[in-house]
Design a protein around this ligand. Structure first.
Ligand SMILES: [Zn+2]
Length: 188
């Protein structure tokens, strides 16, 4: 038989190997000339039991396209754009996501903004909409987009929304932000 391909991703009906050495285990079946997969999954060889299993693989990567809503943390601020570490994608809330996107200064808000730091700060949690996906570019122009959680740079506690500003309930530090209308509402 051919070489074993441990970890190979297979589709239903895919040939896995000939039957001389192995028996069909979970999510596989025997057919003419060999063992086939009955599901979308990953091939596992059990050498002790001479058995082949296919482990179900349900975690397809989330589809990111224009209009997709994402949640993430501001990880880098440059003069003309912010980098967002995306960790949630709307519609795929059960998935672990690890992606990056950028928000250009012109995509922060509708009105003029004098600097990127008037929109965001590193550590802010933002809700944003995908503009294009290769690479991922985001916008927070919509009223419900922007910062949904931020912490006081001095006290480290969550800030409160005061109009278009955020205010620390403890030290009364006031900072401008592109605040989402859903700030700290838990809506995603
Ligand atoms: Zn404070």
């Amino acid at each position: 038989m051919g070489e074993k391909e441990e970890g190979k991703i297979v589709l239903p009906g895919d040939f896995i190997c000939a039957t001389e050495e192995y028996v069909a285990g979970e999510h596989t079946y025997k057919d003419a000339g060999g063992i086939y997969s009955s599901i979308f999954g990953m091939v596992k060889f059990d050498d002790k039991a001479h058995k082949i299993d296919v482990e179900p693989k349900v975690e397809a990567p989330p589809e990111i396209k224009p209009g997709t809503i994402v949640l993430g943390e501001i990880i880098v601020l440059k003069s003309s754009f912010a980098v967002v570490g995306i960790d949630r994608v709307k519609g795929y809330e059960d998935r672990q996501v690890k992606m990056e996107g950028t928000i250009h200064i012109s995509n922060i808000q509708d009105a003029y903004i004098s600097g990127i730091d008037k929109g965001f700060s590193v550590g802010d949690i933002v809700k944003a909409k995908v503009v294009s996906n290769d690479p991922i570019r985001l916008t927070t122009v919509d009223e419900n987009m922007g910062v949904i959680k931020a912490f006081c740079p001095v006290c480290g506690i969550p800030m409160e929304k005061k109009g278009k500003m955020l205010e620390c309930p403890k030290c009364k530090n006031k900072i401008p932000r592109k605040v989402s209308s859903e700030y700290r509402t838990g809506v995603f």
